[in-house]
Design a protein around this ligand. Structure first.
Ligand code: GDP
Ligand code: MG
Length: 446
């Protein structure tokens, strides 16, 4: 995960302050000196660092005293707020006007344009839009093929015209979108190893012809300050509307995420968190600041859970729980959903305090535990899943044999299931009495 070094160092700084009942100006000064070093080491632009620390120092020294916080917590809060501000304050949404709306992905070679274009199409598709991917990187035949393969994976059509001029392809794609009822065009453009004039001219021509709603620069977070310099250059020539910062799942030091907005004025709109096509996240400055400061990222966690749990199914589940109709079959279904949220390691990293504690601990156990439970339920007949009471001794033996587990394991699962079913009913009843009454996530017995 990116930011690890920065995150650790900042947490050390704050730990020193936390125990203190009173914080002197000297404490603040020395803390800010360490924050400054930590940021510079994370490859944050030095001018940005200077502004940042002086803002924090000013607020920390002349701070309004919040009675609910200790002085140490107040400084953490000030740093958090200023860091949020630094990264743009609040989320910058895509602004898509006309139909078809046009999004252009630009950037250097290898930054992640093609992948991000497909990820973005995938996100928009999930929001009920009808995107069209357009292959304007004509210089390598493999680039067109790459986009076509990705498009196929997510069921989004790809408009390609071989090695025709990118400008002509872009123009033709608008007509194609209109006659094929696609409402968003996402143009994957060519990149070079360095910024060059010929490429810039090509991009400018496409821009003037299509008047894109969004021109998103895709930059690799691993390139640190270089990413910011690249962004500045593209912005001067093209007028960017936002950035997509990729490879934040790698061990980037984080400098690009922290400096980009301040240096270029362009907000980061999305971050790439992996090679898979669902690994593009909306960038939330406040959550990113929380993550960097080791405050966890509860909101992202909640959102992730929500996106993966089918709303309708959840409602139906809630009703079943309330009426005690919740069966092992449903339980299995929910396990699938939890699994679809991704590896437990990722989720754990987002829970406050957990990432630090669990560093180096392999949560394999839990994944194995899930696999075991799944195997046991799969070895049951449908009748058994729906009416666990009928599972007697000989049935248990059969189930254990079928799932490669022991009778004790089957017993434990049945007991846990029974307990959690009772607990869930209590929660559901409580929810019903409360204002909203929504069980968004079931409680699991492990
Ligand atoms: N780990 C990781 N890899 C990424 C991410 N985005 C892109 N990549 C990888 O980076 C490489 C270059 O991506 P590509 O989309 O072809 O770059 P392009 O030349 O700008 O079109 C590919 O191997 C991608 O799988 C990301 O967010 N995380
Ligand atoms: Mg490409």
């Amino acid at each position: 995960m990116a930011f690890e070094g920065l995150s650790d160092r900042l947490q050390d700084v704050f730990r020193k302050l936390k125990g203190k009942g009173k914080i002197t100006e000297d404490d603040v000064k020395s803390a800010m000196r360490e924050v400054r070093l930590a940021l510079l080491e994370a490859d944050v632009n030095f001018k940005v660092v200077k502004d940042f620390t002086s803002k924090v120092r000013e607020r920390a020294v002349g701070q309004e005293v919040l009675t609910s916080l200790t002085p140490g917590q107040q400084i953490v809060k000030i740093v958090h707020d200023e860091m949020t501000d630094l990264m743009g304050g609040s989320e910058s949404k895509l602004v898509l006007g006309k139909s078809p709306a046009v999004i252009m992905a630009v950037g250097l070679q290898g930054a992640g344009k093609t992948t991000s274009a497909a990820k973005l199409a995938n996100n928009l598709l999930k929001q009920g839009r009808r995107p069209l991917l357009v292959a304007c990187d004509i210089y390598r035949p493999a680039a067109i093929k790459q986009l076509q393969v990705l498009g196929e994976q997510i069921n989004v059509p790809v408009f390609a015209m071989g090695q025709n001029k990118p400008l002509d392809i872009a123009k033709a794609s608008v007509e194609f979108a209109k006659s094929n009822n696609r409402d968003i065009i996402i143009i994957d453009t060519a990149g070079r190893l360095h910024i060059d004039e010929e490429l810039m001219d090509e991009l400018k021509d496409i821009k003037s012809a299509l008047n894109p709603d969004e021109i998103l620069l895709v930059v690799d977070a691993m390139t640190g300050q270089d990413a910011v310099n690249i962004a500045e250059a593209f912005n001067v020539d093209l007028g960017l509307t936002g950035l997509i910062l990729t490879k934040l799942d790698g061990d980037s030091r984080g400098g690009a995420a922290l400096s980009a907005k301040a240096v270029t004025g362009c907000p980061i709109k999305f971050v790439g968190m992996g090679e898979k096509l669902d690994a593009l996240e909306v960038f939330h400055p406040d959550r990113m600041a929380s993550r960097i400061l080791g405050m966890g990222d509860v909101l992202s966690l909640v959102e992730k859970a929500q996106a993966n749990i089918d709303e309708k199914k959840a409602k139906e589940m809630e009703r079943k729980i309330r009426d005690l109709e919740f069966t092992l079959e449903d339980f299995l279904d929910q396990l699938q959903q939890v699994k679809s949220m991704g590896p437990l390691e990722d989720l754990i990293g987002m829970i406050p305090g957990m990432s630090k504690q669990l560093k180096g601990v392999k949560p394999d156990v839990d994944n194995n535990e899930i696999a075991k439970i799944e195997a046991i339920i799969r070895s049951m007949t449908l009748a058994e899943r729906q009416e666990p009471n009928i599972i007697n001794g000989s049935r248990k033996k059969r189930i254990a044999r079928g799932s490669g587990t022991r009778v004790q394991d089957v017993n434990r699962l049945l007991k846990q299931f029974d307990e959690s079913r009772r607990m869930m009913k209590q929660f559901a009843d409580m929810g019903k009495k409360g204002k909203k009454g929504g069980l968004s996530m079931p409680k699991f017995p492990f």
